[in-house]
Design a protein around this ligand. Structure first.
Ligand code: SF4
Length: 390
C-alpha cells in the first residue's frame, strides 16, 4: 500500500494500548473470551511479560508513534490485578511510550470495588471504570454464572461514581425468555444509577461455551431474531428518552466527552498495541499496517514475551482490501458514521448503485460527506458492510 493511503489509518487517527488480563474469579457459562480461572496464581510473571511486551512492541515502532492517547485494561477481570501490578504496567507505559494524553480505563467486577481499591486506582491514574454489572436481577445473575447479586451491583456502582464520575455500566439483554416489560424495568433501574455511560450487549450463544453446549442439547433456547430486534429498539427508545443516545451500536453516553476514547480508536482505524494473552493489535509503520495476535495461553505468552521479545504468536501484513473493509465495518458502527472521502481514498470510488439501493431500503443515510447506518441499518450492520465491500 502506498504511503499516501496509509495516512488514512494508523496513529494519526488515535493510538492506544490494550492490556488483556485473562484471569477471572470464575468462568461465566456464556463467555467466549480468552479467560482462565484465577485460583491462587502469582501474578508477577504475567505482569513482567506484559511490561516486556509493551517495551518490545514500542521499540519496533521506533519514532513512528508519539505518546499514546489511551490505556485500557480489559479481560478477563483486570480488577483482580494488585495495585502494585497495575502501577508497574502504568509506569512502563509512561517510561517506554511517553506520558499518556487521555483516559486510563479499568474493567471491574462489582465484587472487587471497595472504597480502598477505588482510592488506590485513582492514585494510580485510572480515570474511568467499566463495571460488569450484566443484570440487576438475582436469578438472572445466577443464570449468567456471576458471583455478585443485584444489591452488590447497586452498591458497587454507587461507590464507583463517587470516585469516578466517568463510570460505565455493562448490561446483557436478549436473554432467553426476557420480556420487553422486564427489560424496560431493569434498564430504567440501571439508568437511575446516574452513570453517564452504558454498554448494552445482546446475549450471544457461542458454540464453544457452556451455554453453547446447553443450547446444542436443547436445554437452553436462545431468543429469536425478532425478539432481539424488538428489545434492541426498546433499548434505543429508553436510552434516548433518558438522555443517553447510542453513539455506537452497543454504547450510550450522556455527552460526547463521556464516550469511550479508547474504543473510538478501534472504530476510527487508529493504532493500538495489544499486550497480554490473546490480545490483538493494529500497528501501522514502515510500509504497511499489521494485525498482531499474542499467544493465547498465559504460559506460552510469558515464555515468548521476555528478553526484549514481543508476545506475538502471529502477525499479518494487511492488504489494501482488508484495510478498506475493516475501515468500513468499524466506521459504520458509530452513529455519526464514517468519512466517505477517507473511505474512497482507501478503497477507490464506492458503488453508487449499491449505495442508492441500501439508502432506498432505509439502511443507510448520507449527510455532509458522511455515511451512516440508520436505526434500522444498525440491526443489519454486518450485512450492510458486506454489501458495500463487494
Ligand atoms: S467475568 Fe467477564 S471475562 Fe470473566 S468469564 Fe465472566 S464474562 Fe468472561
Amino acid at each position: 500500500m502506498d504511503y499516501h493511503r496509509l495516512d488514512e489509518v494508523g496513529p494519526g487517527h488515535g493510538f492506544g494500548i490494550y492490556v488483556h488480563w485473562p484471569y477471572c474469579a470464575r468462568i461465566c457459562p456464556y463467555c467466549d473470551f480468552n479467560v482462565y480461572a484465577a485460583k491462587d496464581r502469582d501474578e508477577t510473571p504475567l505482569i513482567e511479560a506484559i511490561c516486556n511486551d509493551i517495551a518490545a512492541q514500542k521499540a519496533i515502532l521506533l519514532r513512528s508513534h508519539s505518546a499514546p492517547d489511551t490505556l485500557y485494561f480489559g479481560g478477563g477481570t483486570p480488577s483482580l490485578i494488585s495495585p502494585a501490578g497495575l502501577s508497574r504496567i502504568i509506569a512502563t507505559v509512561a517510561d517506554r511510550c511517553g506520558a499518556l494524553r487521555g483516559e486510563i480505563t479499568l474493567e471491574a467486577n462489582p465484587n472487587d470495588i471497595t472504597p480502598q481499591r477505588l482510592a488506590e486506582w485513582k492514585a494510580l491514574g485510572v480515570t474511568r471504570l467499566s463495571i460488569g454489572v450484566q443484570s440487576l436481577e438475582d436469578d438472572t445473575l445466577a443464570f449468567l454464572g456471576r458471583d455478585h447479586s443485584g444489591d452488590d451491583a447497586r452498591r458497587a456502582v454507587a461507590l464507583a461514581l463517587e470516585t469516578f464520575p466517568n463510570t460505565s455500566v455493562d448490561l446483557i439483554y436478549a436473554r432467553p425468555g426476557q420480556t420487553l416489560s422486564a427489560w424496560e424495568k431493569e434498564l430504567t433501574a440501571a439508568l437511575d444509577f446516574g452513570a453517564p455511560h452504558l454498554s448494552l450487549y445482546e446475549l450471544t450463544i457461542e458454540e464453544r461455551t457452556a451455554f453453547g453446549r446447553r443450547a446444542a442439547r436443547g436445554e437452553l433456547v436462545p431468543m429469536d431474531e425478532d425478539g432481539q430486534a424488538d428489545l434492541y429498539e426498546l433499548t434505543q427508545q429508553v436510552c434516548e428518552s433518558a438522555g443517553l443516545p447510542a453513539y455506537e451500536i452497543s454504547n450510550h453516553a450522556r455527552a460526547p466527552e463521556l464516550q469511550s476514547q479508547h474504543n473510538q480508536i478501534y472504530w476510527n482505524s487508529g493504532d493500538w498495541i495489544g499486550v497480554g494473552p490473546g490480545a490483538h493489535g493494529r500497528l501501522t509503520y514502515g510500509t504497511g499496517r499489521n494485525a498482531t495476535v499474542c499467544h493465547r495461553r498465559p504460559a506460552d505468552y510469558i515464555a515468548a514475551a521476555c528478553h526484549g521479545r514481543v508476545g506475538w504468536a502471529e502477525t499479518e501484513r494487511l492488504g489494501e482490501a482488508e484495510i478498506g473493509q475493516e475501515f468500513l465495518a468499524m466506521g459504520l458502527r458509530v452513529a455519526k458514521g464514517l468519512d466517505m472521502a477517507r473511505l474512497e481514498r482507501l478503497t477507490g470510488p464506492l458503488d453508487t448503485a449499491r449505495l442508492a439501493q441500501l439508502e432506498e431500503a432505509g439502511l443507510l443515510s448520507r449527510d455532509k460527506g458522511r455515511l451512516a447506518l440508520t436505526p434500522q441499518g444498525r440491526l443489519l450492520a454486518d450485512h450492510v458492510a458486506a454489501q458495500l465491500s463487494k
